[in-house]
Write a protein of this length. Structure first.
Length: 342
């Protein structure tokens, strides 16, 4: 009897050791790191500040079992970028980015929406944060748009975040394809250059809003500090007490609902260098009557979690405000962030 107990104990210990070794081996297997991959990522991060090009881009988005294809034309310089959407739901929209501002111009309605960047971190700070929270691994070579590319996987260190695969031009280090995967490893989206032509310069007129400029006060998103947001919205804007490991604050903005229902929210932005976690705080007495408004604003004030293949959301009411958290993280993490908001 004693021998049987000893054997059973041995088998249990042996099984635990095998499981532990498998976990350690799995980490080493799936988290390879090479200095060459790091160097390639650093070079790619700086490439768009050096190169000018014209490109055709195909983007595929996988959403609720469907595949949505979008074609666009891109004009890029180190100082500005213009994207013209040719097919898909955004057909007819032109997006121009320059001087920290993004103009979205709809040729059908002749309207122009302005967003002002609220990123508090510099490019170098974001890159350092990226490499602190992720591993860069070389995964071979391939051709994209007729160019020889290095394939680099960006893998989260904690296995609790989405990953990316990059195809980086070996000569110019411009990223020619990006695949995004969700927490389970399923591909969420893919954006690929089907043709690219490097040029010495592009006409400055390409980067002027075709429908005229918007004043900063008309921006659907603009930076404001926490005190100014609280005064404007009529409640105290407070950041969550809990934020998932690796994420740090990247700025505050005033966000105006694009459906013109009059909703205004405080948008608190966090990043881990690769992904974004958004916390929206909105006055809880607001009710939306717009047919195209964000459906999360029409939910009951109970704690609710909705999932889709592009990310997750958690909504909860806290006193005078509704807290909406959006990010590609496990549902339990998003709920924890929402509940920790004072």
């Amino acid at each position: 009897m004693e021998n049987s107990k000893l054997k059973l104990r041995f088998y249990i210990i042996a099984a635990l050791m095998i499981a532990l070794l498998a976990a350690v081996w799995g980490q080493k297997r799936f988290l390879p790191k090479t200095s060459n991959a790091d160097k390639t990522v650093f070079s790619a991060a700086a490439a768009d500040k050096r190169q000018s090009y014209v490109a055709d881009v195909r983007t595929s988005i996988f959403y609720k079992g469907r595949k949505i294809n979008v074609m666009s034309k891109m004009y890029h310089t180190p100082a500005a970028e213009r994207v013209e959407y040719v097919t898909g739901p955004p057909k007819g929209i032109v997006v121009i980015t320059r001087d920290g501002k993004t103009y979205s111009c709809d040729s059908r309605t002749k309207e122009t929406a302005l967003s002002v960047s609220a990123q508090a971190k510099s490019s170098s700070e974001r890159l350092q944060l990226l490499m602190r929270n992720h591993i860069a691994a070389l995964s071979g070579e391939a051709h994209v748009a007729g160019r020889q590319c290095q394939v680099v996987d960006i893998i989260p260190r904690d296995f609790n975040s989405p990953s990316k695969r990059l195809w980086i031009d070996k000569s110019t280090f411009v990223i020619l394809r990006i695949d995004d995967s969700d927490l389970s490893g399923r591909r969420r989206s893919s954006s690929e250059f089907t043709r690219i032509r490097y040029v010495s310069h592009l006409p400055s007129g390409l980067f002027i809003s075709p429908n005229g400029k918007c004043a900063a006060s008309d921006a659907i998103s603009q930076p404001l500090d926490r005190e100014a947001l609280s005064k404007r919205l009529g409640f105290k804007v407070t950041p969550p007490k809990y934020i998932p490991a690796g994420y740090t604050l990247d700025g505050y903005t005033l966000f105006k609902c694009s459906c013109k229902c009059g909703h205004e929210s405080a948008h608190i932005i966090y990043t881990n260098g690769l992904n974004t976690l958004s916390v929206f705080e909105t006055k809880s007495l607001l009710h939306c009557g717009a047919k195209v408004c964000d459906p999360s604003m029409r939910q009951s004030m109970d704690c609710r979690v909705n999932s889709n293949e592009q990310g997750q959301t958690a909504v909860i009411t806290k006193g005078k405000k509704t807290v909406l958290v959006i990010g590609n993280l496990p549902d339990a993490e998003l709920v924890k962030v929402a509940r920790s908001t004072p």
